[in-house]
Design a protein around this ligand. Structure first.
Ligand code: ZN
Length: 318
């Protein structure tokens, strides 16, 4: 019994160390399948996370450090915020928002339903935000939802945390002098992913259809698709030029060059797994063949390591 304690402590230490090192909420895969759910470990890490404010362009800023990357556009119509981070980081997120401008919080957009992008919904709604999202995001937040790969069942969120301004295709908002295009993807990371494009300033928030420098999670429990992820990566590339500033769901702010790399890594690994499967290799044999090996040092240090990503790809190639 007691022999397990150092192991648990070590896991927590690794979570904290990872946050400190990267200022991005990435949790090692080793918490998967253990007694501590990835969800609980991530939320705990959020309690001590620091928020970095990064000015982007045209008064848009990113708040990095609590779950998925947050973007903010202040102005006379009230602050527009993309994704709400972890509840445990509320104080630091509030302080960062106040440092940008005195405008009240009025609008929150969820890129998708996952907890690391929506745990702050309730407090932001209490502060004055109307919540906008795809209708599938509202559906998943409104009911108990199990994610098998996280070994966790999320209860329905309280009424105030659930998006009330929902849409099922694309939608355009006009706020704070900006034209803001919301685009829904075919099933990719989930079935409710949207991106947000600030037209005049050429700033794009991709939500979790793009992870900059990390293998992405694909949530098959709520409609995710590997081929959909690759199609979303192509669709994102079609939206940007070399000048576009792009906020990924996870990882540092980047642009077209890094998005091409992400698309190529996904495509290459998919093709390798497809080829091994065609040769009759089992899942265990394919994992042992390490089809991600060349990429693991750069891409496997976060939320999804090479082995876990191989399993996600295997599941996604039919
Ligand atoms: Zn997600």
């Amino acid at each position: 019994m007691s022999a397990q304690l150092p192991d648990i402590s070590r896991r927590r230490f690794i979570v904290s160390a990872s946050l400190a090192a990267t200022a991005v909420c990435v949790v090692p895969h080793r918490v998967f399948g253990g007694e501590e759910s990835l969800v609980l470990a991530s939320r705990k890490a959020g309690e001590t996370a620091n928020i970095t404010v990064q000015a982007l362009r045209g008064n848009i800023s990113a708040l990095i450090g609590s779950g998925g990357n947050i973007a903010v556009l202040p102005g006379g119509d009230g602050k527009l915020i993309i994704d709400s981070g972890f509840l445990g980081t509320r104080g630091k997120i509030s302080a960062a928002l106040s440092s940008l401008s005195p405008d009240p919080i009025k609008h929150l957009i969820n890129t998708h339903w996952h907890f690391d992008h929506t745990d702050g919904n309730e407090w932001m709604h209490s502060a004055g935000a109307t919540i906008t999202a795809h209708e599938n995001t509202r559906k998943h937040l409104s009911t108990a939802t199990r994610v098998e790969d996280w070994n966790f069942t999320f209860p329905a969120l309280p009424a105030g945390a659930i998006p009330t301004d929902v849409f099922n295709a694309d939608k355009t908002l006009h706020l704070n002098g900006a034209t803001i295009a919301l685009k829904h993807y075919e099933p990719a990371h989930t079935d409710g992913d949207i991106s947000i494009y600030f037209t005049e300033t050429d700033v794009l928030h991709t939500g979790d259809t793009w992870w900059n420098g990390y293998y992405p999670f694909i949530d098959y429990s709520t409609g995710g698709s590997l081929n959909g992820m690759i199609k979303a990566a192509e669709a994102n590339l079609a939206m940007v030029t070399d000048k576009t500033i792009v906020v990924p769901g996870h990882g540092p702010i980047g642009g077209k060059k890094e998005m091409i790399e992400f698309r190529d890594v996904l495509t290459t690994i998919r093709n390798r797994v497809v080829a091994l499967k065609k040769e009759g290799e089992s899942l265990n044999e394919i994992v042992a063949a390490k089809p991600t090996a060349a990429y693991d040092a750069k891409w496997g240090s976060g939320f999804v390591n090479g082995e876990f990503f191989t399993k996600l790809v295997y599941k996604g190639v039919g």
